[in-house]
Design a protein around this ligand. Structure first.
Ligand code: UDX
Length: 446
């Protein structure tokens, strides 16, 4: 929304949320304190806020005065009832639709921005059609493909913008209205217009394909470790085939983030609910492989440290699910830490952006042990030196740029010997045995 406001100074954009603290943070004059850390975001907010970008808790007023309403609420995986652990929880979407139906006066275009299961637009339409004032609504699907850490660049120059709507004269008119907004900065040929169901499903499928590539290369990383092939060399060799392409072939400790797992589970649930068991099983394997990769990484640490971690200091570098974000949702680090804590390791974490309270919250959410135990065994430290000093092992879990530029020779001398460095992102130069009792292991290379 902030980028739409920045790119279209003639359009008034009001972002509303019932959470007053969050809105206050978005209105904070101290731009460092915005609720989301995203490179370039504060500059966009600085330019547009107060000009044509506003943050407010007055949801009713904003619905009344807007011609177009974007629903951008969370759609987490359901934690209860039918579809528990797989289906998307649509309660926030429904609440939004009901509120719009209740207060809207006059015709509106409602845009699904959240990632939703295919055919959600139908549910929204049904709710909206039962409104008080005979207002007419068009429901569009306009999924967001930005990636965190590069969100502003992705929004400024998207590969494509996807807009799905009813193929009726009114639907097509609504599609055109939204197209006209993006056309202020996106070339028309990059704005795809489809039916609403293709648009909804495309988003799930895009994330499933991206995640599938990572699970595919990660599965090969396990094979490389057995055969002395090098997974980065394989990624390069296959990626140069233009039919395969080179992106999203970086083997890692496992993918995380708010989207991949959630969207695949959703796809699996939808396929299963239509009786497509083979399709569901096929996509579920992407998650199975990702869980295996995280477990395998942790198990490797445990095995190399002679199956005894109790009382040993282990340093984790990185907690965010990828670099340049403070987002930790589904981060591989959470699961790796959990396995190490099961072995009663003393875990010291350094991440340049994630707070200790967030780390503990992530662990508590898994419910593996008492939260007091998590607090006793895991702590955040302020810099890499404190993490590494006297550690038996160091595990790199996020590919923060600063981790690449450290004096690793010097740092590793602060470790207890023999010391082990487990590079879950393959960012260190591999020289096998580093000498002086320090051993480096990567993913998919020996
Ligand atoms: C993803 C999609 O890329 C984006 O289009 C969609 O809108 C939301 O979901 P995001 O979750 O922000 O974006 O991050 P992404 O860059 O896709 O990375 C996801 C995870 O995969 C991270 O944990 C990352 O470290 C991991 N990854 C990515 C790999 O392990 N290897 C790769 O080659 C690429």
């Amino acid at each position: 929304m902030a980028v739409i406001a920045q790119q279209c100074p003639h359009i008034k954009v009001t972002v509303v949320d019932v959470n007053a603290d969050r809105i206050a943070a978005w209105n904070d004059s101290e731009l460092e304190d915005l609720p989301i850390y995203e490179p370039g975001l504060k500059e966009v907010v600085a330019e547009a806020r107060g000009r044509n970008l506003f943050f407010s808790t007055d949801v009713t007023a904003a619905i009344r005065e807007s011609d177009m309403i974007f629903i951008s609420v969370n759609t987490p995986t359901k934690t209860y009832g039918n579809g528990k652990g797989q289906a998307a929880d649509l309660k926030y979407i429904e609440l939004c639709a009901r509120q719009i139906a209740e207060v809207a006066e006059g015709d509106k275009i409602v845009v699904e921005k959240s990632t939703l299961p295919v055919r959600t637009a139908q549910a929204i339409k049904t709710i909206l059609s039962n409104n008080q004032s005979n207002a007419k609504f068009q429901v569009l699907s306009n999924p967001e493909f930005l990636a965190e850490g590069t969100a502003i660049a992705d929004l400024n120059a998207p590969d494509r913008v996807l807009i799905g709507g009813d193929q009726t004269p009114e639907g097509l008119e609504a599609i055109e209205a939204l197209t006209a907004i993006y056309a202020n900065w996106v070339p028309r040929e990059r704005i795809l217009q489809t039916n609403v169901w293709s648009s909804e499903l495309s988003k799930l499928v895009a994330n499933a394909f991206l995640a599938q590539r990572i699970s595919s290369i990660n599965s090969i990383s396990a094979l490389c470790e057995k055969t002395e092939a090098n997974v980065d060399e394989i990624a390069k060799a296959i990626g140069m085939d233009s039919r395969i392409g080179s992106k999203f072939l970086k083997a890692s400790v496992g993918f995380g983030g708010s989207c991949f797992q959630k969207d695949i589970l959703n796809l699996v649930y939808i396929a299963r609910s239509y009786g497509l068991a083979e399709v569901a099983d096929y996509w579920e394997q992407v998650i199975t492989m990702n869980d295996y990769q995280k477990r395998r990484f942790a198990q490797n640490i445990i095995t190399k440290l002679n199956n005894t971690l109790s009382g040993k200091k282990i340093a984790l570098l990185g907690w965010a699910f990828k670099k340049d974000t403070n987002d930790t949702r589904e981060s591989a680090a959470i699961y790796v830490a959990d396995y190490l804590l099961n072995e009663e390791a003393e875990v010291y974490v350094y991440d340049p952006k994630v707070s200790e309270s967030q780390m503990l919250k992530d662990l508590d959410y898994l419910n593996t042990r008492l939260s007091e135990e998590n607090r006793n065994r895991l702590r955040k430290v302020a810099d890499v030196e404190q993490a590494v000093a006297d550690a038996h092992a160091v595990a790199i879990l996020t590919e923060w740029d600063e981790f690449k530029s450290y004096d690793w020779k010097g740092l590793s001398q602060q470790m207890i010997k023999p010391g082990f460095i487990f590079d879950g992102r393959n960012i260190l130069e591999m020289k096998g045995e580093e000498g002086q009792g320090v051993y480096i292991t990567g993913i998919g290379r020996v």
